[in-house]
Design a protein around this ligand. Structure first.
Ligand code: GZL
Length: 330
């Protein structure tokens, strides 16, 4: 049986139509493709495992996080670990059980986090490190928002070299042992002072970032070394203020008989510089709340974010302390 060219043409057209309409019918229309709905701040539930309230810096950091959550309408589950790692681990487990969207944490120390971070990973809950890093594989957390502690230590070292003209005995008040800021500030400082053989760190003791412990340790160091101490490098302002009290009780003039360089640039450091009792403070910015929630929302919506959001920081000296203090937010 011969098929005319016209019939063949219409058979081909018909074939295309059958194939096309069949495929179209099989494919779900866009509204049926299941896409995870994009969250907004009001839909976001975030757990934050804070370290404690050990310093002015930490109080400012907590305030920044709570105020930002409040302003953005984020549901924030907040825990204060009283500087105990086991309490932070419990808090993370509680956030996992509550199936929060994102977990933020400022790890009190660098180590001991793999198991609980693995549990969060298994529960598909992303972790954001805020303020302090943890010693875990890169794929255990999404991003770190915080400072370069080694650079803070280098900045303190350069200031100390100038204050002592490259020679003198230094005592160091270290932050919380095994914490990222203490480790970074410890090594950064030595990267600079190590080039000056006549600058000797004659003692390095932990004041755990608190004013009380800073004074207690400085009392002991003054009993042991007395006027042989030319300068103090304090890993935060709170310990520096404690040391200032100890120096005055010992009968020496802080900022003059014993030079002092600290870190944080909190209000109490500006007040001490204005009083001539502190020689410099290296800024470490605690106001991380807004950026933290901006990142948390992106992460909850599956967006890519940088691995490290580094804080922009500077250094302050007595000459500009009085003019700067009114502008400070913490
Ligand atoms: C630094 C922060 C430190 C501050 C201290 O980012 O973790 O902890 O320097 C605070 O004041 O206690």
């Amino acid at each position: 049986m011969r098929i005319s060219s016209t019939s063949l043409y219409w058979l081909v057209i018909l074939g295309y139509l059958v194939i096309f309409t069949g495929c179209a019918a099989a494919a779900p229309s866009r509204e049926f493709i299941s896409e995870k709905p994009t969250k907004d701040y009001e839909d976001l539930v975030v757990g934050f495992a804070q370290i404690g309230a050990e310093s002015e810096w930490r109080s400012a950091n907590t305030a920044s996080i709570k105020e930002a959550a409040d302003q953005l309408g984020v549901e924030l589950k907040f825990s204060d670990a009283q500087q105990k790692q086991e309490n932070q681990i419990k808090a993370v487990r509680s956030f996992i059980a509550q199936q929060v969207d994102v977990i933020g944490i400022s790890p009190v120390v660098e180590t001991g986090w793999r198991d609980v971070f693995q549990e969060a990973k298994d529960a598909a809950i992303p972790i954001i490190l805020v303020d302090r890093q943890a010693d875990v594989p890169d794929n255990f957390y999404v991003t770190y928002i915080g400072s370069d502690f080694e650079e803070e230590g280098r900045r303190a070292g350069r200031i100390m070299v100038n204050l002592l003209n490259g020679q003198g005995n230094i005592v160091e008040l270290v932050g919380t042992i095994n914490s990222a800021p203490a480790n970074g500030r410890y090594s950064g400082f030595r990267q600079i002072t190590g080039d000056y053989p006549d600058m000797k760190i004659i003692a390095s003791r932990s004041g755990d970032f608190t004013r009380a412990k800073g004074k207690e340790v400085m009392d002991e160091l003054l009993k042991r070394y007395g006027a042989d101490i030319d300068a103090i490098y304090a890993h935060n302002d709170d310990m520096a203020i404690g040391a200032i009290k100890a120096i005055e009780e010992y009968g020496l003039k802080p900022g003059q008989d014993i030079k002092i360089v600290s870190v944080d640039a909190a209000r109490l450091a500006f007040e001490a510089m204005i009083a001539g009792k502190l020689n410099a403070t290296v800024e470490c910015n605690p106001l991380l709340g807004p950026r933290f929630f901006e990142l948390a929302l992106k992460v909850a919506n599956g967006e890519q974010v940088p691995k490290w959001i580094k804080s922009e920081e500077t250094v302050f000296f007595p000459d500009d302390a009085a003019a700067t203090l009114p502008t400070r937010k913490y």
